[in-house]
Design a protein around this ligand. Structure first.
Ligand code: ADP
Ligand code: MG
Length: 729
């Protein structure tokens, strides 16, 4: 056992579970101990400051400079007591992940020493020298500055020894350069629009909150095996590797017993989450071997998303303590399930009502139907945008793949809800309603509570499913910032709700009864948008045909899907909701195309390198062993006998020669196509060429490598195989 591969396998399989440092106190004692939450604010801030801050947070008011100074002082005192020495404005640039630049609290005291200082000015706004973050050309050289500003709605927290202040990141010209700014705008617009509609049913509603409960899927790989796979290290996925004889076909991993090494990791992760106030609740094995999931209790969307980003950083760190590497890539292994991040999404009023939950009274149920119909309308109109919000170079591998949502956005409503909407949609419903009066409505709508049972049987193939009191957006990728999907969804729904309310208001202005006006508009909306509903098998080819007939977006090329962001109906929608200006949309698309190009370019380079420097030499070595053998056979045996005995080896030698030749020419072709793509005049065209030309060339090369893996002596094969990577002992 001398090769790197065998050393890694040996190391990986000899590891035991790492002992976890379990706090002695109960969870409720250390929950949120690293967060400057309201309890800490109350403890560390003067009373006036506390009141002013809470008022600003709850009522979305700006904070005065004096209050900010006072908050900064209290926050610093708390952070230093917790052992923090640095602070950072923590933001979400357009690369996925988070960015932070740490500054220490120290400044000169004027006497040759230092004091630890933190002012309101530093808390509230900074100018990170962040000119190298992707900005799609918004910040070119003459206006290279951007600033980060405190998002008071998400509490500051301590990660490692650093006080992290959640911030937005904006160009000096005002355009957003991050995910958080447009997310906050979209949440604001859905709050206003949904409040407007909810007030038809309850005039006391003042705010509607958007909620998000994400389910984070991931793979774990032993770190020694990971280190022996340059493709995993550099691209987060395996660019080659033949399927393992056993993978998920027995379905024995899903909800199975969690291996002890993994359980230790999960426990450790959960403790760290709870310290950061992330309400991690569920953990289990997923369908594929080595695939797992962690999910918290849902929270307000902006906070939930900050928590998800913190979790992704935490996972990476905690995994290292357990000699694991966490793979957040959507498709680290071909042929088995990829990883997603289901976004469970709902709207709720400040009067405690979940707007997608069926109620007990006809009024409540009409409200429920109204909101569901508006989601239908939004997703129907913007199904292409919804897809554009979740697709990228990595998630593209998962969509339409094995056990993953199809690359067409449709809604699963379930039988009972579909039938109910159908009734509302019928022409004589108003007539019936008028004849039967309120009681008829009663009868029709009170059936809805049964929905809960109906929806226990969920359609796993739907990318966007109604699940009892929420929608579950399943197409979101495991490595993604949920904000992209949440911006598109919340903005589209906000816009739809406003259009709906305009129409209802117009009817009421003409003297129509409120309920009649709402029912009529819901009916029209359901009729206009029911094409987006599909309860059948989303993986089937028939659905692709059917979806095309229905006018849904069936494009599968990521660079072309991004065009949806620039379609007039998208641009107008984002303008009306105040979420994006056309300049921002264009700039963001430039970033998307650029990221797409870079990701495929890196993968293609790594593949070329591995093919030529790892695979061909290994195959050549084995081929030469076979050749030696053939020569020896020929020396020992008669010509006729030798031909017989060496026949298999000869055939293998030839086959291997063919594969190797194909790999060599494939790599040449791939490099040529890359050069071709790089010469395209715009990033959009480059990205299209990478998709159309480079990706197929990569797949072809992989096919030959995977065939060689089955032929070459196991002792010689240089890279850990799927069967080794995928089964933690
Ligand atoms: P699943 O069966 O799909 O795994 P879970 O019960 O584990 O579903 O819940 C998944 C996520 O959905 C959790 O984060 C949970 O808190 C969240 N969730 C539950 N109800 C709602 C809701 N009304 N709005 C948003 N998220 C919700
Ligand atoms: Mg789920």
């Amino acid at each position: 056992m001398s090769s790197l591969r065998f050393k890694s396998v040996e190391e990986a399989s000899s590891r035991k579970a790492v002992k976890v440092d379990i706090p002695e106190e109960r969870v409720d004692r250390y929950y949120g101990c690293q967060v400057f939450n309201r309890q800490k604010m109350f403890e560390y801030l003067p009373k006036d400051t506390y009141n002013a801050l809470v008022d600003a947070i709850d009522n979305k008011k700006p904070l005065s400079r004096n209050v900010a100074d006072s908050v900064a002082e209290g926050m610093k005192r708390w952070a230093i007591e917790q052992g923090a020495r640095h602070y950072t404005h923590w933001f979400h640039p357009l690369t996925d992940g988070t960015a932070e630049k740490h500054d220490s609290f120290i400044s000169h005291d004027g006497k040759g020493g230092v004091v630890e200082e933190f002012s309101g000015k530093l808390l509230v706004q900074q100018e990170p020298d962040a000119s190298s973050f992707p900005n799609g050309g918004i910040r070119n050289t003459f206006e290279a500055r951007g600033y980060s500003a405190w998002d008071i709605s998400s509490p500051a927290f301590i990660m490692g020894n650093t006080l992290c202040i959640p911030t937005v990141f904006i160009a000096y010209t005002g355009e957003s350069l991050d995910y958080k700014t447009p997310l906050l705008k979209a949440l604001n617009s859905v709050d206003k629009a949904a409040t407007r509609v909810a007030r038809y049913f309850d005039p006391e509603v003042n705010h509607v909150t958007s909620n998000l409960g994400w389910e984070q899927e991931y793979f774990l790989v032993d770190e020694a095996l990971y280190a022996a796979r340059p493709d995993l290290v550099m691209t987060g996925r395996t660019l080659m590797g033949h399927e393992s004889a056993k993978n998920q076909q027995l379905e024995d991993h899903y909800f199975g017993a969690i291996p002890s090494r993994v359980e230790a990791f999960m426990l450790d992760l959960e403790i760290e989450c709870h310290k950061l106030g992330i309400p991690a609740k569920t953990r289990h094995n997923e369908v594929a071997p080595n695939q797992f999931e962690v999910a918290p209790i849902f929270e307000e969307t902006n906070l939930a998303n900050d928590h998800n980003l913190q979790l992704m950083s935490l996972m990476t760190e905690v995994a290292k303590r357990h000699n694991f590497r966490v793979l957040l890539h959507e498709k680290p292994f071909a042929g088995i399930n990829g990883s997603g991040k289901h976004n469970n999404w709902s709207l709720s009023t400040d009067r405690g009502v979940l707007l997608f939950a069926p109620g007990k009274t006809p009024e409540a149920n009409l409200q429920f139907i109204t909101f569901v119909a508006n989601v239908m309308g939004a997703v129907h109109k913007h199904n292409g945008l919804m897809k554009a919000s979740i697709v990228n170079a990595t998630n593209a591998h998962r969509l339409g793949g094995h056990e993953a949502p199809p690359a067409i956005i449709s809604i699963f409503l379930g039988k009972a809800l579909s039938e109910l909407l159908e009734k509302i949609g019928s022409d004589n419903y108003m007539e019936e309603l008028r004849i039967a009066g309120k009681e008829k409505l009663d009868l029709d709508l009170v059936q809805i509570p049964d929905l809960r049972q109906d929806n226990t049987d969920r359609n796993r193939t739907s990318p966007f499913a109604f699940t009892g009191n929420r929608f579950e957006y399943r197409a979101v990728g495991s490595s993604a910032n949920c904000a992209a999907a949440m911006i598109a969804l919340n903005a589209a729904v906000a816009d739809q709700l406003n259009l709906f309310a305009d129409k209802v208001d117009a009817r009421m202005a003409k003297g129509e009864d409120r309920t009649a006006a709402i029912v009529a508009e819901v009916r029209d909306l359901v009729n206009a948008s029911k094409d987006v509903c599909f309860d059948g098998n989303g993986y089937s080819d028939e659905w692709k045909e059917e979806a095309k007939r229905r006018g849904l977006n069936v494009e599968t090329s990521a660079p072309l899907i991004y065009d949806t962001y620039m379609k007039p109906e998208t641009v107008e929608m984002f303008k009306r909701t105040g979420v994006f200006t056309p300049v921002e949309l264009q700039a963001r698309n430039e970033v998307k195309w650029e990221m797409y190009i870079k990701k495929i370019q890196i993968e293609s380079r790594v593949l070329g390198d591995l093919a030529i420097n790892h695979i061909i030499p290994a195959a050549t070595r084995y081929q030469s062993l076979l050749l030696d053998n053939v020569y020896k056979i020929k020396e020992l045996f008669s010509e006729e006998k030798a031909a017989h005995i060496a026949a298999q080896d000869m055939a293998s030698i030839e086959q291997m020669a063919d594969h190797m030749a194909a790999i060599r020419s494939g790599v040449d072709r791939m490099v040529e196509r890359r050069h071709f793509a790089n010469r395209r005049p715009t990033d959009r065209e480059k990205a299209i060429a990478y998709h159309d030309e480079v990706v197929p060339a990569m797949e072809e090369i992989r096919g030959h490598i995977d065939a060689l893996e089955l032929m070459v002596d196991n002792e010689i094969w240089p890279l850990p195989k799927y069967r080794e990577l995928l089964f933690i002992r």
